[in-house]
Each structure stands twice: as structure tokens, then as C-alpha cells.
Design a protein around this ligand. Structure first.
Ligand SMILES: [Zn+2]
Length: 332
């Protein structure tokens, strides 16, 4: 039942994470919104990669599924521009080792891309264990995880209708890579090699990444923080687009606490690197997210019509997609 509902939602929400975000409340700027609606798949595909990518140096790699952009010093966004989720994984390098923060949908060969970017040892961390961020985990040996029941359940792999929808013609702007097909695509099993906790620091040599637990979107959600540089990788806890908060594994009270934690960092941040759509965002948006979420949960903002079972709130640079029953419960 839930899976079917989720599948229906995915289909109805036009193109996954890319749907239009048009401000319905306090339009505070005359500049155009970050996103405009695409009427159909063709017009969606014509807009990719998004204009924001023209701000970054494209790094040519021999791989026709991903595009790679250098979005900061020794920080590469590994973007999937041909699939409706528009997932972004990040390779973050120090002087001695690197971290791969997420491994994408598992449709393209992300290991071959990483191998072209660094010779150093690579540790994989996942922003959370939804299928679109753990798909390439099976290609790596060192995978560090906060190891919650949710994340552990995903190590076995995932094969269901929702995964198949992700490789259907409706989800794609180009053909699938060789060896991937609509009949048996799945998230492959992988092994967690080590455990991480909130506050752990990964020393990459000349760069330190701190692990922040930010549960809510899922119970295993983490963000990475480079305090010296003022960089925060937010995973799906924040991205420019409609933020999905309707899944059964989403806990809105935890999410609100986590958003407040990230927003409190904003004054010391230079950039936020989200896991979908655009690779570098203004940290002030974390504060706006905290404030808008608070208003939504206090019942002060009217939702716009959305797919059955959800309520949607649209702002200029992001949106919130909540399950109708969560929302109504929070109003009591
Ligand atoms: Zn995601």
C-alpha cells in the first residue's frame, strides 16, 4: 500500500526532485524563481544541466552517464543529469585521502568516475540510505555508516516497482547505460565496513570533515561539515527543489530539530552542497528553511494542491512536500 502510494506520488510529481518551485506566499524578490515548471519530459530534459552548472568548471571524464563539476577546492559534484532525480554525489579530497559522499542511483558506473578523479584511498559515506544515494555502494570496500535499522535494512539491496520506475522511459532523458535495463534493475547489496557517530571527524589530510547526525528525512541522515572552509553537505535535508518529507521513514519533529541545527551554522558557512538539482547553495536558505518549516508546522501557511495524500508548500528556492496525515496531526 505504501509502496504503491509512493510510486503514484513519484509519477504524479512530474519529474522527481525537479518540479516547479514557484513562490505562493511572500514573494520577496523581483528576480526570477530558481525553478520554473517544465510542462513535460521533453522540456525538462532540454533544460539540463541546470543553468547553475555554467558557474562551475566542467571536468571531462570518460563516462556518459555522469557529469562532473568542480564546485569548490578539491570538491567535485558528480551529477546525474539524465535521470529525473538529478542526484548529486560529491567527491571531497584532502591531501591523503578522499570521501565520496553518496554513490548515486546505481545506474551509471560511479567507481570509474571516482578513479579518474583521484588515486587516493576513498571512503564512502551516505547522506542517508534512500535508493538514489546508495546505488553505487556495492562498488566500494570502505563504507562508513551510522548504522540505524533503516540503513542496515538497505544493505541487503532493494528490488521493487519503485526502483524499476527510476529506470523507466518516464524518468530518463537518455538511454540507459549498457547492462542496465527496465526489467531487473535493483539496488545491489553492499557491506558496511565501519561505524560513524555524530561528532566523528574524518581527517583527509589538510581537510577535516565532521559528521553531523541530522535525522528526520530518514533516521540515518547525516550532513558533513568542513568547519575551516565553511562548507556543509546537506544531503536531502536541504536542496533547491521540493524537499520530500512524505515517506513513512520521515519524522517531522526530528527534521525540524535537524534543520534548526543546520540553520544555526549558517553564519559561519560559505556554501551548502545539496544532494539534488543544484550543487552549491546560499547558506541563508537554511535559515529560510527553518523559518518556513516552523510556519508550516504552525499552520500559518496554506498548502497548494498536490498529489493525493500529500500537502505541498512552495517557496522561492525550495518547497516542502508533507504527507497529509502528518500535516494534519501536527495541526492538532
Ligand atoms: Zn534523494
Amino acid at each position: 500500500m505504501q509502496r504503491n502510494a509512493s510510486r503514484t506520488l513519484t509519477a504524479v510529481l512530474c519529474f522527481g526532485m525537479m518540479c516547479a518551485c514557484t513562490e505562493t506566499g511572500d514573494q520577496s524578490s523581483n528576480s526570477p524563481p530558481a525553478y520554473a515548471a517544465a510542462a513535460d519530459l521533453e522540456s525538462f530534459c532540454e533544460r539540463l544541466p541546470r543553468p547553475a552548472y555554467s558557474n562551475y568548471q566542467k571536468h571531462e571524464v570518460s563516462n556518459d552517464w555522469f557529469e562532473v563539476y568542480e564546485v569548490g577546492p578539491a570538491i567535485w559534484a558528480i551529477y546525474e543529469p539524465f535521470q529525473w532525480q538529478e542526484v548529486i554525489s560529491y567527491l571531497i579530497a584532502g591531501d591523503e585521502s578522499a570521501v565520496l559522499f553518496d554513490t548515486g542511483n546505481g545506474i551509471g558506473d560511479i567507481k570509474s568516475v571516482v578513479d579518474q578523479l583521484t588515486d587516493m584511498p576513498v571512503r564512502v559515506l551516505n547522506s542517508h540510505s534512500h535508493f538514489d544515494h546508495i546505488g553505487g555502494n556495492y562498488q566500494f570496500e570502505e563504507i562508513l555508516s551510522v548504522s540505524t535499522p533503516f540503513s542496515l535494512s538497505k544493505t541487503k539491496g532493494v528490488q521493487d516497482d519503485e526502483i524499476l520506475l527510476e529506470v523507466s522511459a518516464d524518468a530518463l532523458c537518455k538511454g540507459l547505460p549498457d547492462g542496465v535495463n527496465e526489467k531487473d534493475h535493483r539496488t545491489r547489496p553492499f557491506s558496511i565496513s565501519g561505524r560513524i557517530e555524530d561528532g566523528d571527524v574524518l581527517d583527509l589530510g589538510g581537510r577535516q570533515l565532521e559528521v553531523l547526525r541530522v535525522p528526520g528525512h530518514t533516521d540515518d541522515a547525516i550532513a558533513l561539515l568542513d568547519r575551516d572552509a565553511g562548507f556543509l553537505w546537506s544531503g536531502d535535508s536541504f536542496y533547491e527543489g521540493p524537499i520530500w518529507l512524505f515517506a513513512p521513514e520521515t519524522d517531522l519533529a526530528s527534521y525540524q530539530e535537524s534543520v534548526a541545527r543546520m540553520a544555526a551554522l549558517a553564519p559561519d558557512l560559505e556554501a551548502v552542497f545539496p544532494a539534488h538539482n543544484t550543487p552549491r547553495a546560499d547558506p541563508a536558505l537554511l535559515v529560510e528553511l527553518r523559518d518556513k518549516l516552523g510556519q508550516v508546522l504552525a499552520g500559518k501557511i496554506e498548502p497548494v494542491p498536490s498529489a493525493d495524500g500529500t500537502v505541498e508548500f512552495r517557496f522561492r528556492d525550495f518547497g516542502l512536500l508533507l504527507r497529509e496525515d502528518y500535516y494534519l496531526v501536527d495541526q492538532d
